[in-house]
Design a protein around this ligand. Structure first.
Ligand code: CDM
Ligand code: ATP
Length: 306
């Protein structure tokens, strides 16, 4: 069983008040891009897990746990327990999505493992697990996991797990600048709260940006670039000040939109055409402001069996 699963960039990340369970209410516009992790699952004597870097990628696989903490392993255990079988599976993850990069790499692997293990262990004639069950298990594993199953472009509310697909037209061309060392998602949310408190600002109730939705529906890359917004960006910049230089370099070199992806530290740049993206990627590479420059297009489908 081989499953391919995409990274995400958040086109709008509106962060609302903190809830009693410690999560923040969000308006989260997810967009899946063609930077993929690949997971294979095959029968084994017990639960085994191996992680390797995809060819040409510089992902820091040393920072990915290979024990029961790995989100893919947790997903496999969850599927097994739901089906009442033993989690006897060898999982191999080939990573291209940066680790702790704000592109939901761990969530992607969890989504891939849900799909692969359900296929491996479920009764082909009368499957016990429907798509909705996988979505529900995904939400339990992490707020970003349901979107990695769904893919495309979607609006997430609640903690980001309640999804509605968004209407889009055409393809958008992205350039991503990865950074050495990750950022911890909880730390970035906490810094966002701290900055708001220090400024004496209450948390706003976020709403979906209409200009963003129109840009997506009409395939207008320039308008999309202007509408990109991430409430976690000031916090990520506070924790990693060097990202300001990366963002500025991308803007100066012609990006029509620039923002930190999710909780960072990956920076995302939008270009108008594929050719513009190639030029921007080459120029950013030369500027030396990132660990690695990666091009990708969106939207693409979620976790897919190959
Ligand atoms: C930053 C984003 O990637 C944007 O899509 C997500 O909001 C984070 O999603 P994730 O990594 O799947 O996060 P989870 O594993 O669900 O939560 C990790 C931690 O992030 C913070 N968290 C996450 C989601 C949310 N709506 N509010 C939060 O405050 C909480 O501190 C939580 O303990
Ligand atoms: N399969 C996995 N791949 C990567 N990291 C994993 C995985 N399973 C668990 N982790 C742990 O989760 C942490 C966050 O990794 P991940 O790559 O998902 O971050 P992220 O892309 O910033 O996530 P998000 O955008 O959802 O906040 C890592 O530092 C690592 O310790």
């Amino acid at each position: 069983m081989r499953v391919r699963v995409p990274a995400k960039v958040n086109l709008q990340l509106g962060v609302g008040p903190i809830r009693e369970d410690g999560y923040h209410d969000l308006v989260n516009v997810f967009h899946a891009v063609s930077l993929f992790d690949e997971l294979t699952a095959e029968p084994a004597d017990g639960l085994e897990l191996a992680v390797e870097a995809a060819p040409y990628s510089r992902v820091a696989i040393g920072r990915v746990p290979t024990d029961a903490r790995n989100l893919a392993a947790r997903a496999a255990v969850m599927v097994a327990s739901r089906l009442g079988v033993e989690p006897r599976v060898r999982l191999r993850i080939r990573k291209a999505i940066p680790v702790a990069g704000g592109m939901a790499g761990g969530s992607a692997d969890a989504a891939a493992a849900l799909v692969a293990c359900a296929r491996l262990w479920d009764d082909r004639e009368r499957p016990a697990l429907a798509r909705d069950d996988l979505m529900e298990m995904g939400a339990e594993l992490g707020s970003d996991v349901p979107f990695a199953l769904l893919g495309g472009t979607a609006i997430g509310v609640g903690r980001g797990e309640r999804l509605t697909p968004a209407l889009t037209r055409g393809t958008f061309h992205w350039v991503f600048a990865t950074a050495d060392g990750g950022l911890s998602t909880p730390a970035v949310y906490a810094e966002c709260d701290r900055l708001r408190e220090a400024a004496g600002e209450g948390a706003p109730r976020p709403s979906v940006a209409e200009d963003l939705m129109t840009a997506l529906a009409t395939g207008d890359a320039k308008a999309l670039g202007a509408a990109l917004a991430n409430d976690l960006q000031p916090a990520a910049l506070e924790l990693r000040p060097s990202l300001a230089r990366t963002l500025n370099a991308g803007r100066d070199l012609g990006a029509i939109g620039a923002l930190v992806s999710g909780s960072g530290p990956t920076c995302a740049f939008l270009a108008e055409t594929d050719e513009d993206a190639a030029d921007l990627a080459a120029a950013l590479d030369g500027a030396g402001v990132a660990e690695q420059i990666v091009r990708a297009q969106g939207p693409v489908p979620g976790a897919t069996v190959l």
